[in-house]
Design a protein around this ligand. Structure first.
Ligand SMILES: NC(=O)c1ccc[n+]([C@@H]2O[C@H](COP(=O)([O-])OP(=O)(O)OC[C@H]3O[C@@H](n4cnc5c(N)ncnc54)[C@H](OP(=O)(O)O)[C@@H]3O)[C@@H](O)[C@H]2O)c1
Ligand SMILES: *[C@@H]1O[C@H](CO)[C@@H](O)[C@H](O)[C@H]1NC(C)=O
Ligand SMILES: *[C@@H]1O[C@H](CO)[C@@H](O)[C@H](O)[C@H]1NC(C)=O
Length: 318
């Protein structure tokens, strides 16, 4: 009897592992080539961003890695050049935890690069602390830095024909909410620095990504620029590096067994960036290379507009 139980247990375990690691998760099917096109990808030096950058370089794009650490970014540039055989991969300094850095990145980009076809807002972190401007770290980096960056680059995107903006959000947005009182009092989406508290703020910041995309699509109507948000899957990356040691140790076996690799993690971003005929879904949220329904709070027009206006004020756009 116990032998049967053991065999059943093992079989179920193997099935679960195989299912999550190899079966579940769609592939980007687009064969689009990108010769002559320019892409910016934030946080393209590691994790999902690096895997995305590699594939875009393979397809012929000029890829600009917008990263905060020169040594980490230069190592990635060399690696991507070698693996893709492309020489059109460059690093430009961008620290999303500094609005001044975002402004000088955009200024430098607009001066030196004649076109922009794809903006991939991929960088993100899960940690407490404050940005250079005194904003909460996750609100500042995951949302506001990307909000400012996108706004500063919009004109260039509009000039180039059918351009796209892809915002890497997360399934975690479902557990988020936007507390505007907290935001105005503390310039962060929540309080508390426990692991649980930080996870909550992270979810709030990812809800900002989805709402930002929702509002942006409305503001882009009548242009040839479209935008999308997405969940990349649960992917084994460096994202948990600055969480508590206990959590990292607990996560280790789960991550190793059930989280998928970065190539799988890049598929939905690639789908939103490349797939033909998804323009009618501008503003929507994707997962597993398909458009998905979201909760009412993630497509709330009033909240999305208010977040846009508060964001404009906080980064000095109004
Ligand atoms: N992994 C998952 O399971 C998962 C699930 C849902 C959503 N996501 C989202 O996927 C995106 C990519 O994350 P990942 O999992 O690939 O994590 P990762 O391996 O930690 O990569 C994050 C990237 O963001 C960059 N970054 C962080 N702070 C920055 C700043 N202030 N300025 C510029 N760049 C900054 C990092 O640069 P450094 O290397 O210099 O630190 C790194 O390149 C994030 O938006 C994350 O929220 C991930
Ligand atoms: C959008 O693209 C179409 C087809 O290339 C072009 O005719 C049209 O003028 C563009 N619209 C704008 C607002 O740029
Ligand atoms: C975050 O983690 C990285 C990698 O372990 C480390 O180099 C960095 O100092 C950490 N940052 C903070 C603020 O703890």
């Amino acid at each position: 009897m116990s032998t049967y139980l053991l065999i059943t247990g093992v079989a179920v375990g193997v099935y679960v592992v195989v299912y999550y690691k190899f079966v579940k998760g769609a592939q980007c099917k687009s064969k689009a080539k990108l010769h002559g096109k320019t892409v910016i990808i934030t946080g393209g030096n590691t994790g999902i961003g690096k895997a995305t950058a590699l594939e875009l370089a393979r397809r012929g794009a000029r890829v600009v890695l917008a990263c905060r650490s020169r040594p980490r970014a230069e190592a990635a540039v060399n690696d991507i050049k070698e693996k893709s055989g492309s020489s059109e991969v460059v690093y430009r300094q961008l620290d999303l935890a500094s609005l001044e850095s975002v402004r000088s990145f955009a200024e430098n980009f607009l001066k030196t690069e004649p076109r922009l076809d794809l903006l991939i807002n991929n960088a993100g972190l899960l940690m407490g602390g404050r940005t250079e401007d005194g904003l909460g770290m996750m609100f500042g980096v995951n949302h506001l830095g990307h909000f400012l960056l996108t706004n500063l680059l919009l004109e260039r995107l509009k000039e180039g024909g059918a351009a796209r903006i892809v915002n890497v959000a997360s399934l975690g947005h479902r557990f988020g909410s936007i507390d505007f009182d907290c935001l105005s009092a503390h310039k962060e989406l929540g309080r508390g620095s426990s692991t649980f508290g930080l996870m909550k703020i992270y979810s709030h910041s990812k809800l900002c990504n989805v709402l930002f995309t929702h509002e942006l699509a409305k503001r882009l109507q009548g242009t040839n620029v479209t935008c999308y948000s997405l969940h990349p899957g649960t992917i084994n990356t460096e994202l948990s590096r600055n969480t508590s040691r206990v959590l990292r140790v607990l996560l280790l076996p789960i991550t190793a067994l059930f989280f998928r690799g970065v190539e799988a993690g890049s598929q939905t971003t690639l789908h939103c960036a490349l797939q033909e005929d998804i323009e009618r879904h501008s503003g929507r949220y994707f997962s597993d290379c398909a458009v998905q329904e979201v909760d009412a709070k993630a497509r709330d027009d009033a909240v999305a507009r208010k977040l846009w206006e508060v964001s404009e004020t906080l980064c000095g756009l109004r």
